[in-house]
Ligand binder design. Structure first.
Ligand code: PDD
Length: 285
């Protein structure tokens, strides 16, 4: 990046080095906060209204008032993207319950939430991993019971991803009672030998992925058969194809799950097609 990095903190666009948050911030002390990640492609936000709607919902679920209207959020994101001359990458947004002397109960209602935003350059559409396909490992899902909330309490996901890093692969799929819940930072899909697209139904057991919803819409438009149901690690290991979705990976073909090769060890045709359809949709805006 040529221009110095600009971030957003509580009403101000600041040079990165000047943006500081108190050690008493509830996000720091309790992971008491919510976040969102939207992709940027060709300098434009991808499916952003849906991400902002989920941010609003997450905040509501834990009783933090949304400090901005959806239009204000979008204005701030657009401004941040422009100030950082970001063409392709991510916008990260975080809202915590603010700064107050450490105490478990909520601070008084007049304590303002802390709002942090920054951008990250990343090849989301042009990611070379999509050409070869990603490998994943499976790990036990040790998270809490409200995974539908996009909480900044990500320790279980950090530990899961580190298992992937240790194994030299891209992602970890988390497993509960023998069934795949989701990736450490993505939604898991498989394609059966009968060419049925399978992903876990929404519940409190997983995040309602925005990319998941878009891919299900695209699949319906393409007349693909879709089943929202639980699937086991064994079924996934024997699937014709697998892939995962997220704002940062779009649609990422999976070519191995633990020691099982998926399909022919190359990205499968449906995963490739859905990735193309998704990128077309993202570019069309
Ligand atoms: N993660 N499941 C989990 C646990 C996630 O953290 C994410 C996204 C997803 C996919 O959601 P979406 O399609 O709305 O991005 C599913 C983001 C990208 C992150 O933590 O960086």
């Amino acid at each position: 990046m040529t221009s110095p990095r600009t971030v957003y903190l509580n009403g101000a666009f600041l040079p990165f080095a000047e943006a500081h948050v108190s050690i008493m911030d509830r996000g720091f002390l309790f992971a008491d906060g919510i976040y969102e990640v939207s992709a940027v492609l060709d300098g434009k936000l991808v499916d952003n209204a849906a991400h902002l709607a989920r941010l609003d919902r997450s905040l509501g679920e834990i009783g933090i008032r949304n400090p901005h209207t959806l239009a204000e959020w979008e204005g701030l994101e657009t401004e941040l993207v422009a100030r950082n001359a970001l063409d392709e990458g991510l916008v990260y947004m975080q809202v915590t319950r603010g700064v107050y002397e450490r105490d478990f109960g909520f601070p008084p209602a007049d304590v303002p939430p802390t709002v942090v935003m920054f951008t990250q350059g990343k090849k989301v559409a042009g990611n070379p991993l999509a050409e070869t396909g990603a490998k994943v490992v499976t790990v036990e899902d040790i998270r809490w019971k409200r995974r539908d909330i996009k909480s900044v309490a990500l320790l279980a996901q950090v530990l899961a991803k580190q298992e992937a890093v240790k194994a030299g692969v891209a992602e970890a799929w988390m497993v509960e009672d023998g069934a795949v819940t989701e990736g450490s930072s993505s939604t898991a899909f498989i394609v059966t030998k009968e060419r049925v697209l399978v992903t876990r139904p929404l519940s409190t057991a997983l995040l309602p992925g925005i990319t998941r919803a878009a891919v299900l819409r695209l699949a319906a438009e393409a007349d693909l058969r879709v089943e929202e149901r639980l699937f086991s690690v064994e079924e996934a290991r024997g699937a014709a194809e697998a892939f995962y979705t997220s704002a940062s990976a779009f649609v990422m073909p999976v070519v191995a799950i633990d020691d099982a090769v998926i399909g022919e060890g190359r990205p499968g045709p449906l995963a490739r097609r859905l990735r193309e359809l998704y990128i077309d949709m993202a570019r069309a805006g």
